[in-house]
Design a protein around this ligand. Structure first.
Ligand SMILES: Cc1ncc(COP(=O)(O)O)c(C=O)c1O
Length: 397
């Protein structure tokens, strides 16, 4: 051993660091972290956080392991492994009728969240406004703020979470750079119809406003309703970064691999940012996913897989005093608890976790102003045993 490397004195903590004014002064611990910690402490069934408690397809795991064993372990091309970009482009062409060029219009990202951040960073400058539709995923506003933009919040309709195009139209100004749209929608479990996507296209047509289309739940749509991607409508596709997540689609949220598609001119700007914050994404996973995508069955059967879980969960909720709101897509189900408690949403979730043993997420957490609607979000991406245990506890309410 090199004795020069050994410091005999006991390890000391760092001295006081220089003052660092926060780039995100309003960001603290999220409700998801808080509720998951509380769920663990109280042994609660965690129906709060949105991830599956079951494993991904062994065939997919084997493809990734085989890619690793066969030596796919060095940096891949910056935009992603070509075979995966080709598979993504083919899938989108088949499902949504839009041909993206795998070389110039498809990029593999470290999950959808990185895709969203990179799209915002390449598009938004100080002084720009970006419209978000609340309630919404919690990464949108910090991404816009990091880019120096201003977040313009427009509410979806109360309790039903449909787009209110009159309200959205009013929010446009000459400074509007982009709008972020999420369908199927977390936490509202709403799937935008073709008419709604067309209304969005009509609203955007006279403008040069960009669209950031968060479609991570694209394969979780129920009751035969299609997912109408921004890629389906020419007026949207020409201005859209369309973002999806393999983590959601293939039950492997921890892998953090997603993809972004956009017209070549927009993608060129996207890649300039991508190159210097991520550069490349885990190589063997990309090779494994490329192989796995050769078989469309796993994603084509996903609606039926989750619809069965949704129906099972909703049937169980009927035996409780919670009122299930509609769930058209995603793996979320909101419930109205007004028959059970007059507490505010966050307090109700804490009480539910500590006293009843089921963790949920307050809808108020998805609004900047924390507005109350008497609704909490539950996640049904769980094994039937987990759902049944949660339902048995909820039935005691
Ligand atoms: C609406 C929405 N967008 C993006 C993400 C993040 O996806 P990823 O894990 O691929 O970053 C989530 C995950 O919860 C989400 O609900």
């Amino acid at each position: 051993m090199n004795s020069a490397l050994v410091d005999a004195s006991p390890a000391r903590p760092c001295a006081t660091p220089p003052a660092l004014p926060s780039r995100l002064p309003n960001v603290g611990t999220t409700i998801f972290t808080t509720m998951s910690a509380l769920a663990q402490k109280h042994g609660a069934v965690n129906l709060g956080q949105g991830f599956p408690d079951f494993a991904g397809d062994p065939a997919l795991l084997e493809h990734v392991a085989a890619a690793m064993r066969s030596g796919h372990n060095q940096y891949p091309p910056m935009a992603g492994v070509p075979a995966l970009r080709q598979a993504v482009a083919q899938k989108i062409a088949r499902l949504y009728g839009r041909q993206y060029d795998p070389d110039t219009e498809v990029t593999i990202t470290a999950g959808a969240t990185q895709g969203i951040l990179t799209a915002v960073l390449c598009a938004v400058r100080p002084g720009d406004e970006v419209i978000v539709l609340e309630p919404c995923y919690d990464s949108y506003a910090p991404a816009i703020e990091l880019a120096g933009g201003t977040v313009v919040r427009v509410a979806l309709t109360p309790r039903h979470f449909r787009p209110d195009f009159a309200a959205i139209a009013v929010a446009f100004t000459p400074r509007t750079r982009a709008i972020i749209v999420n369908t199927p929608h977390n936490p509202g479990a709403v799937v935008w119809t073709r008419a709604e996507m067309q209304a969005l296209a009509d609203l955007l047509a006279p403008t040069e406003v960009l669209l950031i289309a968060d479609e991570v739940y694209e394969h979780m749509v129920f009751d035969g309703q299609p997912h109408v991607s921004a890629a389906c409508l020419p007026e949207l596709a020409r201005r859209a970064f369309v973002i999806s997540s393999f983590g959601k689609t293939f039950h492997v949220t921890g892998w953090k691999v997603g993809h972004v598609t956009a017209p070549a001119a927009l993608m060129a700007e996207f890649r300039k940012v991508h190159q210097f914050n991520v550069f490349t994404v885990h190589t063997p996973t990309q090779h494994g996913l490329a192989q796995y995508l050769a078989n469309p069955e796993p994603y084509l059967t996903l609606p039926a897989f989750y619809q069965r879980k949704r129906d099972h969960f909703r049937a169980g909720l009927q035996r409780t005093r919670l009122k299930a709101m509609p769930s058209e897509g995603t793996y979320f189900q909101s419930v109205d608890y007004s028959a059970v408690s007059a507490l505010g949403e966050a307090d109700f979730c804490r009480w539910l976790t500590e006293t009843v043993g089921v963790a949920a997420i307050p809808l108020s957490a998805f609004y900047e102003d924390g507005r109350e609607q008497g609704l909490v979000r539950l996640c049904f991406a769980k094994r039937d045993e987990t759902l049944d245990e949660g339902l048995a506890r909820l039935a005691r309410l």
